[in-house]
Design a protein around this ligand. Structure first.
Ligand code: PPE
Length: 310
């Protein structure tokens, strides 16, 4: 997917031109994957540009940093303000936001503790991650031959750069085989998540999603969708999900910042069907929440002052 460029990127406290936002080739994170990041979205709403659950994303960024022994050298408020200014100065009404905290240029070798902790924030315009057609009518997914990273080797709860090699392998396998997304099982062969999305299974009106001990990334949209579903009166349980439940369910959908809520209409060449009533119901309210049309969830929005571009 090609990146739509913006004018400016925020790097270690400064706004630099997109094409000048460069690092040294011996940057630690480039060699060893020692970085953590976030994926956040800002939407155009009637009351202006709003960042969805910004506080949650910033605290997960700090949590991921700390799990990898990095001290985030900016306060939550500094990160928040930098993001606001970046969106405003790039003149975006809606965009994807990518903060990255990484071990920078310094000593080589696996002990990173003497390397600087560098921080950057980039924003760009990013459309439907799994396609507009997919978001509307559902995607075709395949259970990956790769297992999701195990907590015995890495930290599923951290959104860490190096850990994404696991998602990259699964994504390549699925796309080469002609599917839009891969679903990974955890190290105990229970359903875990997509390469960049959490997963929900609907059967006989009840909703289930893998829990924290299933090696998931604790998705912010996952939490939002659980809250919305419960508010709508649906029962949501977090539990182990067997692989076959993916084939036997009535409805299946994914959630994530990039993917938002994307239904799955086919798994391993078996038809689940077009998006069902529960998926559509939740998707509608969730989309309203993202776009600032749901008063009930207005407290999830962090508004940005964006002057119109000169
Ligand atoms: N699991 C994984 C592995 C994951 O990467 C994401 C987000 C989620 C679950 C959902 O989390 P949340 O966004 O908090 O609801 N994936 C990000 C990266 C996508 C990318 O290609 O880069 C995202 O959606 O921004």
């Amino acid at each position: 997917m090609h990146v739509n460029t913006a004018d400016l990127i925020w790097m270690n406290g400064e706004f630099v031109a997109w094409e000048d936002a460069k690092v040294h080739v011996l940057t630690h994170g480039l060699h060893y994957g020692t970085g953590v990041f976030e994926g956040v979205r800002a939407y155009e709403t009637e009351r202006g540009t709003a960042i969805f659950r910004h506080d949650r994303h910033i605290s997960r960024l700090r949590q991921s940093s700390s799990l990898y022994y990095m001290d985030l050298p900016y306060s939550d408020e500094e990160i928040r303000q930098a993001t606001h200014e970046l969106i405003a100065r790039n003149g975006f009404k809606s965009c994807y936001i990518r903060p990255l905290v990484y071990r920078g240029y310094g000593p080589m070798g696996l002990d990173p503790l003497d390397n600087p902790v560098d921080v950057m924030i980039a924003v760009w315009e990013w459309g439907a991650y799994l396609g507009e057609e997919g978001q509307k009518n559902g995607i075709r997914a395949k259970v990956s031959s790769w297992r999701r990273i195990s907590p015995e080797s890495l930290i599923p709860h951290a959104k860490a750069s190096g850990q994404y090699l696991n998602s990259v392998l699964a994504k390549i396998e699925a796309s080469k085989a002609g599917y839009e997304e891969a679903i990974l099982l955890d190290h105990n062969s229970h359903v875990c998540e997509g390469t960049g999305e959490n997963i929900f299974v609907v059967k006989k009106g009840k909703i289930a999603t893998p829990g924290h001990s299933n090696s998931i990334l604790d998705g912010i949209n996952r939490a939002s969708v659980i809250e919305i579903a419960e508010d709508l009166g649906y029962e949501v349980v977090e539990r182990d999900i067997a692989r076959a439940e993916l084939n036997m369910c009535d409805e299946l959908f994914l959630t994530g910042t990039a993917a938002e809520l994307t239904p799955v209409r086919e798994i391993d060449d078996q038809e689940i069907g077009p998006p069902g009533p529960i998926t559509k119901h939740i998707q509608e309210v969730f989309t309203d929440a993202l776009k600032g049309r749901a008063q009930q969830y207005a407290h999830w929005l962090d508004f940005v002052e964006v002057p119109s571009k000169a």
